[in-house]
Every structure is written in C-alpha cells, then in structure tokens.
Design a binder for this molecule. Sequence first.
Ligand code: ZN
Length: 243
Amino acid sequence: MQFTQRKVRLTEMTAETYFPDTSTLSDPKVLEALSALMSNARLAARWGGLSPAARQAHQAILQAFLADGAPPPISQFSAETLADLGRRDLVHARGGEIALAYPFSTRPTDFLVRVGGVKVHAICAVDALGTAAMAREPAEVTCLCPTCRARVSLGVLADGLTLDHASEPDPRVWTGVKDVGACAADTQCKSMLLFCSPDHLDAWKRSQPPSARGFDLSLAQGVRLGAATFRPFLQAPAKGAAP
Ligand SMILES: [Zn+2]
C-alpha cells in the first residue's frame, strides 16, 4: 500500500475553491477548449466554496483510487458529505458504493491508466490524460479508438505535461462541448474521445449531428487540458505551498 507516500498534506482547513491550473497553458486553442468546458457558472456550482470535510473526502477518495485502483468503502464518509460531492458532480455513488470520482471510474471504460503499478479506468480521454498531473507520477494511458477500436498507448511524465511516447504518430483528442446536466460522465465525457488518427476522428465526426460542437486537439494539447483540469484536485489548498 503506497497510500502514505502519495498522501498530500492538508494544511489549510478553510473552505476553498478549485480552479483549473492555467499556469502551464499558453496555447490559445487549449485555453478556449478549457473555458468552453468549464464555464464560470459551472465552476462556481461545482468547485466553489468546498467545505474542509468535502475537500478531505474528495482527496481521500482520489488517493484510494491511486493507491488501490478502487474507491474506499462508502461507510468512511458521511451521507451529507457524499451528497455535497454528488451535487457538485465530483463524486457519484451507485448501488451503495462509490462509483466514480473524476477522473476515475469503477466501471470499465475505453480509457485505462496505469500509475504507480495500479491500473484504473478513467472516465474519458481528458481524464486519462490529466491523471499524471494530478498524481504527480508518470502515467501509462491506453485508449481505444472509437472508430476502429485500435489500442492507442502513450506515456505522460510525472510533470503531467510531457509526452513520453505514443504508439501512433498523430492521435487526436476530441473534446465535445455539450450541455452537461447533473453528471458530466453521462453527457460531456461521452464525447471526450481519443482517436488513433485524424482520419478516424473525421470518420466519427461525419456520424455525428451537424450541430455537434467541440475541439480537435493534438495529444500534447489534450495532455495540457487534462493537466489544467486535474492538477488542482490533489494540490495542497491554495494558501499552502504546492508540494
Ligand atoms: Zn482508429
């Protein structure tokens, strides 16, 4: 169990707000995609003013996924805290178990991440690509192309930003912009996909309604988008120094 090694110190115990970490984003297309996915209203509803209990529970759940590949027993958390995390669309329970906590899912998906010897499914392509930044560890990601079901594998270094290798020369990350509703995993994440090639993204786009909106990102851009989204989740609270 590597939980202790990965545990992030919680130094501040005041309500706080997660913000996407845009410090490493200079690419206008990635910034545009991020702001399309994370409207201010959505950010406030989802990440604004987290209580210390909710923040602590959220981080404990993510740390357990990283340590064990699975969430902790639901009994460790108060119903009130879980309801709050559910309303914020950060953690969802199903059938008396924690079922998902972005970026991770207990259900098999097309996005598998291997980090620190643990395998865990990510909810969508951007979640998978952002895991290294969140964990501050190298991650091996395997995605299935929605068009041909070919396996695309890639590595992201512990800085969460640097691509180590990729099995295809130009995989494309499609980030669809949709009305999210109560649970992004059921809506938005269904259109955050990783394709083996530009051709296979084009083929998929032709099968979609003409009104479908989204961003066609390179793998490097997708990694940066994922890092900006997920790095804050296990970061020490705003006033504390980042580890
Ligand atoms: Zn393909």
